[in-house]
Design a protein around this ligand. Structure first.
Ligand SMILES: Nc1ncnc2c1ncn2[C@@H]1O[C@H](COP(=O)(O)OP(=O)(O)OP(=O)(O)O)[C@@H](O)[C@H]1O
Length: 452
């Protein structure tokens, strides 16, 4: 059973809201009526309302201050604003981000009570979303409404067309790849390809040939000429994800290529020009990596011509409802489930969670919740359980990748009865490389033979 819900009513004209407060109390709410915005602000922390009804004339500073204080505490607290016929307070335009509903004055007490009850039952109507048509196409996949993201996207738009190399530094799961794609779309290179490569997932030799290409016979297994990603992205953009994990040898070759605007495929004696915009991303502290000798300082400055930082999700909680609702719709559609919504308690749990895995983790949580519940209104308890389970087991991306790689090697070694050549063929790696991988994970081929 929900605790008694609290409604704060703010109006200098006692009569209408006074009767509404009385009715709300009869209906079982804890209703508190105050007569000006200063008193309302003073009561926000102690009273902790679940909903606020504002009947004041809120033009000018008064409204801006009140809405600012409400927004600071909880950007999704539902607020019903009673307006004079047709008039919208200026302050509402200034602070658009909140969850506001409007009713015209004078309003019927029954209608107001019904609206309060609906809003509290169904959770916040987060429909104050940026309308799809208002979102510019280049950033249409990036769901956000927070001022921090707005600022970042404005910067991104300004630099998109400069052609300069961009370094995106931020935590894992914050949307670095989405931002890189958006930068590409906003640039005049948008007619060209957008290629992405994850520099930490690929072994050094392979990464070199992936980036720069190789010629036939360059190494065992190089049976044909192979076009590298830098060449394949000609006229477009190459996204170097996890650039902080790029091996030093490849860093040196990349730096040379960027300086000379030429690439030389592995095993070739000829260099060729290329025209590619580089966007690099990392969740590592690259400056620290430079100090520790793990990342070349000259390459760091070469990449960091323009530096962008995506804020972690916990620093832009205003984005959570919009993201959660979009993921909910997406997964409900994918699972052929009818439209859903989060209960107020569920949304509160999402908005207050820490999400160390950022947007990716929020997405996972919503996916789980959709799979586990057929209810139309998603209950808070389910969301809380999903958040707890997800953060408890959350490994860093590097740890998760290592775990995957080790398990994969064990599988192929078992399938091949410990025969390394066979296993290497299955994994499409050459033997030397495969031996190195086994060594890295301390896997002894002998053990797989005797086990069989
Ligand atoms: N603002 C956003 N709007 C919609 N989806 C988002 C947003 N930010 C991230 N996502 C989604 O979250 C997931 C992770 O995003 P992405 O891969 O871009 O993050 P990342 O920072 O590059 O992660 P990593 O550092 O682990 O490579 C993707 O499914 C992406 O579509």
């Amino acid at each position: 059973m929900d605790a008694q819900r609290k409604v704060l009513l703010v109006d200098d004209d006692e009569a209408p809201l006074g009767s509404a407060a009385a009715r709300l109390r009869v209906e079982g709410y804890d209703a508190l009526l105050v007569s000006d915005s200063q008193s309302a602000i003073a009561r926000l922390d102690a009273f902790e309302p679940d909903l606020i009804v504002v009947g004041l004339r809120l033009d000018g500073l008064d409204g801006i201050v009140l809405f600012g204080e409400i927004f600071k505490r909880n950007p999704f607290l539902p607020v019903i604003i009673l307006t004079q016929q047709g008039a919208m307070p200026d302050s509402v335009d200034t602070i658009r981000q909140g969850s506001y509903e409007f009713m015209e004055k004078p309003c019927v007490v029954d209608d107001l009570v019904e609206r309060v009850s609906n809003l509290l039952q169904t959770g916040c109507d987060c429909s104050v979303e940026v309308k799809a048509e208002m979102v510019e196409a280049w950033r249409s996949e990036i769901i956000s409404r927070s001022p921090a993201m707005d600022e970042l996207l404005q910067q991104a738009k300004l630099v998109a067309d400069s052609g300069a190399t961009v370094l995106i530094q931020s935590e894992s799961g914050t949307g670095k790849e989405l931002l890189a794609r958006a930068l590409h779309k906003a640039s005049s290179r948008n007619g060209g390809p957008f290629n992405a490569v994850n520099c930490s997932a690929i072994h050094e030799n392979l990464l070199e040939s992936e980036l720069f290409g190789h010629v036939k016979g360059a190494f065992t297994g190089a049976t044909n000429d192979h076009k590298g990603l830098l060449q394949a992205a000609d006229g477009g953009t190459l996204f170097l994800d996890e650039v902080g994990d790029m091996p030093l040898g490849v860093q040196a070759k990349l730096l040379r290529s960027l300086e000379e605007r030429e690439i030389r495929p592995v095993g070739s004696i000829r260099s060729m020009p290329f025209d590619v915009r580089i966007i690099a991303a990392t969740n590592r502290d690259l400056e620290a990596a430079v100090e520790q000798g793990e990342f070349r300082e000259d390459l760091y400055y070469r990449l960091k011509v323009i530096s962008l930082e995506l804020p972690p999700l916990r620093e832009r909680r205003e984005d959570i409802p919009m993201l959660a609702n979009a993921f909910l719709e997406e997964f409900a559609r994918m699972n052929n489930r009818s439209a859903r919504r989060f209960s107020r308690e569920a949304m509160d749990a999402l908005v207050s969670a820490d999400f160390p895995g950022n947007v990716r983790q929020l997405r996972n949580v919503v996916q789980q919740v959709v799979a586990l519940s057929a209810a139309h209104v998603i209950p808070g308890a389910l969301v809380k359980r999903a958040i707890k389970g997800d953060s408890g087991d959350l490994l860093s991306l590097a740890e998760e990748k290592e775990r995957f790689e080790r398990n994969y090697l064990i599988r192929v070694m078992k399938i091949s009865n410990g025969n390394v050549s066979h296993a290497a063929r299955l994994a499409k790696r050459n033997r030397t490389e495969f031996y190195k991988l086994l060594g890295r994970y301390e896997l002894n081929p002998q053990e797989f033979r005797s086990a069989s």
